[in-house]
Design a protein around this ligand. Structure first.
Ligand SMILES: Cc1cc2nc3c(=O)[nH]c(=O)nc-3n(C[C@H](O)[C@H](O)[C@H](O)COP(=O)(O)OP(=O)(O)OC[C@H]3O[C@@H](n4cnc5c(N)ncnc54)[C@H](O)[C@@H]3O)c2cc1C
Length: 389
């Protein structure tokens, strides 16, 4: 029996959860919701997405390559996405490996332009589509731990903390770990993560109060201490971000003036942003962990998105990868639960192959910048291994 659809977009910390689901998805980011939507191709499955945060939070990550249209079309969301007010992105303008600015245009890409997302609208679209298609979504509910379910063969008993002091436990035949690079479920099973690089980002969101950013391209600039990224966002927003090692990111300080001092010393991104008057500035410092889980699937669980493998954001692949993994993971599980396939390791192999290709692309990109051989940032990036299992 298909599960009746809930009211679209219900913010539901008080959702009356069932005690047992066929699939519980831990984490309501793009990977988790893509998995939930993909699993809806099996209408009889009872599916729950559990998300620690409240709906409507501002998340990090807004640049997507043209390829993002492929998973969105597979989820039946291409038209809705195009109508949601995201800004097309004609390509990259980058100062990398040489002085001056080079352009990498999407003009010949048959999938069209890249995108600068209105991230809140994007997240809302995924969550509302899942609820409308009968997925239960428990917001403000945090996965705390796991033990084998009461009856053998019934999967996992999951423990959660909900808003306030409340806790609850739910049985799941199958669990998807979509909790991001912390991979909380896999960690609870004792699975280690192989980390190949650690960086930090200091991100500033702001509103453009006056002036025009002259480019719709995403801007990228290598500097001796790391790299800068900036992009105009839908609704008169603008994001700037420096990625570097801990000391360099700490040097940006906690004030607008400290941030601007270092940003303005760049040769391309700083001068482009200096033409703007900004207000409503907010900052976040985030760790960036490039790494992959030691095990990516078991007989009754798998990991998707950053939980499976997290990339350096210089590749701008995270959201695309999250959607693609969610779809692949959802399909593998549906086939498994319906007896049409088994968890035979092919999903995991695909993630590992892609990770190897990512390591090579990243090494190539960082290898293009050779101007500062004495800089610890670039020396360390050049020293990282290119390929591993
Ligand atoms: C600084 C920075 C900039 C980036 N910029 C870009 C960009 O421009 N473009 C791009 O494509 N990618 C970008 N990325 C990468 C991108 O954000 C991620 O790859 C993407 O969000 C991964 O999606 P996900 O669904 O796997 O994980 P996440 O988006 O991390 O979602 C995981 C979810 O799980 C929830 N969760 C965590 N723990 C629990 C728990 N215990 N219980 C319940 N829920 C839990 C979290 O609240 C979160 O909502 C950037 C990353 C960083 C760090």
């Amino acid at each position: 029996m298909p599960i009746p659809a809930r009211k679209s977009g219900a913010d539901d910390a008080a959702l009356d959860l069932a005690s047992r689901y066929d699939v519980v998805i831990l984490g309501g980011g793009p990977a988790g919701f893509a998995a939930a939507l993909s699993l809806r191709s099996s209408p009889d499955l009872r599916i729950l997405v559990v998300e620690a945060q409240a709906p409507g939070q501002q998340r990090i990550g807004e640049s997507c390559p043209p390829d993002v249209m492929v998973p969105l079309a597979r989820l039946g969301l291409a038209a809705e996405f195009k109508d949601a007010g995201h800004a097309p992105c004609p390509g990259f303008a980058s100062s990398w490996g040489r002085p001056g600015v080079g352009y990498n245009d999407f003009i010949v890409n048959p999938l069209g332009p890249g995108w600068r997302l209105d991230r809140k609208a994007f997240d809302r679209m995924l969550a509302e589509a899942a609820t409308a298609r009968g997925v239960d979504v428990a917001w403000r509910t945090r996965f705390r731990g796991v033990e084998p379910a009461a009856e053998p063969g019934l999967g996992h008993r999951l423990h959660f903390a909900r808003t306030g002091p409340a806790t609850c436990s739910i049985d799941a035949a199958f669990v998807i770990d979509a909790t991001g690079s912390q991979a909380h479920f896999a960690r609870a099973l004792g699975i280690a993560r192989q980390i190949d690089d650690k960086l930090f980002a200091r991100v500033r969101f702001a509103r453009i109060a006056a002036g025009d950013l002259e480019t719709e391209q995403v801007m990228l600039e290598a500097t001796p201490q790391g790299w800068w990224y900036a992009a105009a966002l839908p609704g008169n927003g603008v994001v700037a971000m420096m990625v570097g090692e801990a000391d360099a990111v700490r040097a940006l300080g906690r004030s607008d003036a400290g941030y601007d001092r270092i940003l303005n010393a760049t040769s391309f991104v700083g001068p482009a942003l200096a033409t703007l008057r900004l207000d409503c500035m907010s900052y976040r410092t985030l760790p960036i962990r490039s790494g992959i889980l030691g095990r990516l699937e078991g007989t009754d669980w798998l990991a998707v998105g950053d939980a499976a493998a997290s990339y350096d954001p210089v590749m701008a692949q995270g959201i695309y990868k999250a959607l693609t993994d969610g779809i692949a993971g959802g399909q593998a599980i549906a086939a498994h639960l319906e007896g049409r396939g088994s968890m035979d390791g092919s999903y995991a192999q695909r993630i590992r192959d892609r990770y190897r290709a990512y390591l090579q692309s990243r090494a190539h990109l960082y290898g293009l910048e050779q101007r500062w051989p004495e800089s610890p940032f670039w020396r360390n990036r050049h020293a990282i291994r290119q390929g591993q299992d």
